[in-house]
Design a binder for this molecule. Sequence first.
Ligand code: KG4
Ligand code: ZN
Length: 319
Amino acid sequence: MNVLGIETTCDETAIAIVKDGKKILSNKIASQADLHAIYGGVFPELACRRHIDVILPLIDDALQEANLTSNEIDLIAVAHGPGLMGALLIGLTTAKTLSMAWNKPLIGVNHIEAHLYASMMDHDPILPAIGLVLSGGHTTLLEIEALGKYKKLGATVDDAIGECFDKVARMLSLPYPGGPEIEKLALSGNPHAYSLKAGQVKGRPLDFSFSGLKTKVLYTLKEDNINHADLAASFQHAAFSDIVKKTKLAAKPGQAIYLGGGVTASRYLRKLFEKENVYFPGPDLSTDNAAMIAGLGYHVFKAKGPDRLDLEALPRIPF
Ligand code: KG4
Ligand code: ZN
């Protein structure tokens, strides 16, 4: 079954074609990072306009790369939340229109659930497992009982991890998105130069707190002779070692751990986690993409059949 995936939840327009939930035939991503860089974050109205400009040509490119015609697409999967309302509506409207014009079924996919699926795409997942979503909007530890069946174990009580990286990058005068910039700067820094720690939530050992860590970076920067590379390295180490510690606390011995979300692109995080049963998304599947949407869409469709054409955009869909 060839699934066309559509992703427009935030600032990437992405289109992919995936066969039977696993085999990626095409994975196209039009990043808008350049457009938003001068604002230090995503400018929603501009994001929507760019989605409109690029989405149809990107669908043509994806079909061409997969060497398929629209006739050979069997299902249209679209991320219908969470995300920016305007941006979601563009993907959803495109998906519904193609569903009608091509006479193909439609399925809505949860963007966060798809991030987790990205690390399961290349094999049959070993379940029950621990899941960890690390993105611009989420820091969530879960137990994955089956695809579609999750139990939340812990989450951030304040900033999401990616958001925290973006804010700290801004303090260090680095461009948006900040995560990759901090990682680059930290390469020449000492991760133990400054004593920084992520927060602990009383009585909830699997919850996260990063706002205190962020504030500590801000105050440290006010001191004299602060080495930015050392500070970036120390911040990165403090944030990620806390995440690794809590994830290992949640996992039973030998239990598989699946990671998803833009922050899992970090090579430093991958190194800290180095262990056989920890699964990271493959190349180009950490940050927002449509292969994970098409991949998970296949399984959701198999489990519950198609969605109706009145499928809603859900900016705050729970997960
Ligand atoms: O999942 P994603 O692409 O979009 C959301 O759904 O939020 O995640 C984007 C986030 C941004 O905050 C970005 O700074 C962060 O992922 N990120 C990183 C790295 N690469 C991307 N954070 C830390 N280290 C990285 N190497
Ligand atoms: Zn995302």
